[in-house]
Design a protein around this ligand. Structure first.
Ligand code: SAM
Ligand code: SF4
Length: 341
């Protein structure tokens, strides 16, 4: 079992398999994209699998694959299958924008993937195209259908709430009556763009501002009021035992009679650093100890020496370096698409 210097148990590794993406969400990437890392700077699947095997020996049992958009990297299905064969790795999850999920859901399920998080911030096709700068909502909805059809469970939706986007939150509440989907509303975080002052979206999206952040208590109040007005009844807290199994800090609620749940993730208004259980590996092989900290360890160079003991020592250094809590600073050098959320 791995613990950090504050006694937190670290058993969860988030791996970004690519920094590339087929969308350009306004809160994540500048319109022109970011300069992709050259291929030889990215970890190969084999290197990621070796890293996972060493990390599993040190107590990591859960892995989430993310990006960029993980499904744009060729060969992801085989990678999932091989990661699940690593001794000590109990489960893999995928975070995806869902656009390619209709194509891959059944193959992923056959490879052993059960848990999928689809990022979807609106159910209005025009607003979706605006937020993602050109994405098609129908593709994501087809991806969601495919995930259910392939038997994935839990299927979660990630909704980043940004005030100026005026998202219809009650539409997601309605969806929980239609299918057993677990919707999580996430506070908008000031990540990326510290180097050029374009935190989050980039200049054309005006970047992150504190006014755009909607605290989770306000999200819940809006859901309760809009849900009641729509005749959904009372929004009630779901106990930990009844909540969809998760590896993170979401708190869940449900309208009576709904098949799915509504959750909130509040990294800013109720920060949950005391329960932090994770490390992050970027696509170019940097080990990050905190989403908000650009202090990274160079896992790629160590992996490329071929010395697994050195990889083990690096993970130990990362555990020792994990900060007690994030510093709430605005902006990081890396963008969210380069870290993986
Ligand atoms: N492309 C995949 C996707 O969108 O699911 C995986 C990578 S994406 C960076 C991971 C998650 O980070 C997504 O749910 C996305 O909505 C979220 N995200 C991106 N920028 C964010 C921000 N500034 N604040 C909060 N969440 C953000
Ligand atoms: Fe791409 Fe995901 Fe970032 Fe949107 S949130 S631009 S889909 S990496």
């Amino acid at each position: 079992m791995a613990t950090d210097s504050f006694g937190r148990r670290i058993d969860y590794l988030r791996i970004s398999v690519t920094d590339r993406c087929n969308l350009r969400c306004v809160y994540c990437m500048p319109e022109g994209g970011v300069a992709w890392k050259p291929h030889d700077e990215l970890l190969t699947y084999e290197e990621i699998e070796r890293f996972a095997a060493v990390a599993a020996g040190q107590g990591i049992s859960k892995i989430r694959l993310t990006g960029g958009e993980p499904l744009v990297r060729r060969g992801l299905v085989g990678h999932v299958r091989r990661l699940l064969e690593v001794t000590g790795i109990e489960a893999i999850a995928l975070t995806t924008n869902g656009t390619l999920l209709a194509r891959y859901a059944h193959e992923l399920a056959a490879a052993g993937l059960r848990r999928v998080n689809v990022s979807l911030d609106t159910l209005d096709p025009d607003v979706f195209a605006r937020i993602t700068r050109g994405g098609r909502l129908s593709e994501v909805l087809a991806g969601l259908d495919a995930a259910f059809d392939a038997g994935m469970d839990p299927v979660k939706l990630n909704v980043v709430v940004v005030r100026r986007l005026h998202q219809d939150l009650a539409a997601f509440a309605r969806m929980t009556f239609e299918r057993p989907v677990h919707v999580r509303f996430i506070e908008y975080m000031p990540v990326g763009g510290a180097d050029d002052g374009t935190v989050c979206g980039g200049a054309e999206a005006d970047g992150w501002t504190i006014e755009d952040e909607v605290p989770s208590d306000e999200i819940l109040a809006r859901l309760a009021a809009e849900g009641a007005a729509a005749g959904f009844g009372e929004l009630k807290a779901v106990s930990r035992e009844e909540a969809p199994g998760g590896w993170g800090p979401a708190r869940y609620y449900r309208f009576d009679g709904a098949a799915g749940t509504l959750g909130v993730i509040s990294p800013l208004s109720h920060h949950f650093c005391g329960e932090c259980n994770r490390l992050r590996l970027t696509a170019d092989g940097r080990l990050r100890t905190c989403l908000f900290s650009d202090d990274e360890l160079d896992a790629r160079s160590v992996l490329r020496t071929g010395d697994d003991d050195a990889v083990r020592a690096l993970i130990e250094r990362a555990l020792a370096a994990k900060p007690e809590h994030h510093n709430m600073r605005v902006g990081t050098i890396r963008r969210m698409s380069q870290i993986g959320g």
